[in-house]
Design a protein around this ligand. Sequence first.
Ligand code: ZN
Length: 514
Amino acid sequence: MKSIVKYLVALLLVTQTALAQQTETVSKIVAEGTDNSQLENLAHQLMDVIGPRLVGTPQMKAANDWAVNTYKAWGIEAKNEAWGTWRGWERGITHIDLVAPRVVTLHGTQLAWSPPTPKNGTTAETIVIPTIKDSTAFKNWLPNVKGKFVLVSMPEPTGRPDYNWKEFATEASFEKMKKLREEQTALWDKNMNNTGTGRDLNKVLEKAGAVGIVQSRWSKAFGANKIFSANTDKIPVVDVSLEDYGLLYRMTEKGDKPVIKVLAQSKDLGVVPTFNTIATIPGKELPNEYIVLSAHFDSWDGGTGATDNGTGTLTMMEAARILKKVYPNPKRTIIIGHWGSEEQGLNGSRAFVEDHPEVVKGLQALFNQDNGTGRVVNISGQGFLHAYDYLGRWLAAVPEDISKHIETNFPGTPGGGGSDYASFVAVGAPAFSLSSLNWSYGTYTWHTNLDTYDKIVFDDVRSNAILTAILAYMASEDPEKTSREKSVLPINKRTGKQATWPEPRSPNRKGGQQ
Ligand SMILES: [Zn+2]
């Protein structure tokens, strides 16, 4: 009896010591992340100096090298791991001007992988696509594009986002505008459909002798356009702001014969290798079990990829820096994965999953962040039956002022796409998304020309870095390995069928123009 009491007292002491240790480590993490934050410095170096990180560009490689050097300066092992190749390209300057009937400097930029203009630029008239009856009519009209810049986007009836209309318009005029826009959009789509070109419109226009293509892909927010890729082989494709595009379109349609000059420089760099940057803090007790801090490193290149996914990148780097300082000898191995091509289909993380079965097998937990600058407000169990137990345990150690914003959803359903955690969930490994408050992400910054440093909300990112460091610490110290048991997935209300676990997919390791 006496020995049992002695044992229980000893156990209590051990538990109390562990708890005191935990409280102390968490306070140190909070203090380091709050009082010695490196986020502004890192953001400046990555977004302002290196800039956007389109896969296959020298800037992406510069970012890879910068991350390795930054980790090394913090005493963390890091390397660039080749996973495939991509079409290499480097952006040069873009200048777009209306030169007749009056001079206007237009806001716009060439799209990713756009071919250049000749050295001194191209000056030419613009043309719009007329009402087309069918693909034969389109073929008959097509020779008209020779020597012209073709305007291929629908001119938006308003450059004001809906929230602005809602605030100021009479209800009747808001409704009227929406109806007009719907009708116009339906007509536009039908007309484009009648051309019979599908997704190859740019290539068809190029073949017919157009000298360039002008588009405007409005993102439904003041000043914001989506900037994706060109999809031509020889002629440049530029995106022009809604305001300037509308001007060009109205002038062309009404017979004012606008002439624009486009100077777009870029370099085709052939096929180049692509990398994931992988940093590691080795585990002392269970080195073959892993916590992965995950964020894609690549971006589109309209802005500087500040919120997609500069902020996710900063969160993981800052969490790693804090951990190395406060918790340098983790029980399990902590890996930071900066994936090289998420935007074209989770390629970097899918390649890592294929190339590192040992990490997939030993994965204790992965935390991914990739939906903007906001503080984390949602964590789903991704369909893992016991996620509630372990994520609940770890979240309990997070200070109230951070955790009070977070809703959890257990067991949740497995994410099949969206971001890099899905590459791991698809092979049954416990990977989770730290989902952010949106801060108008979808319209203002996601893949737009406005995704820049000034949109970063540093207090929210700071909170996310601290949260991530605490979750990584708790996951590392947990006495138990996490369970991978899957829950029974719910019936999809729309299809009436039971939801299924996502299938693993292979990466595109030989990416061309996307
Ligand atoms: Zn992203």
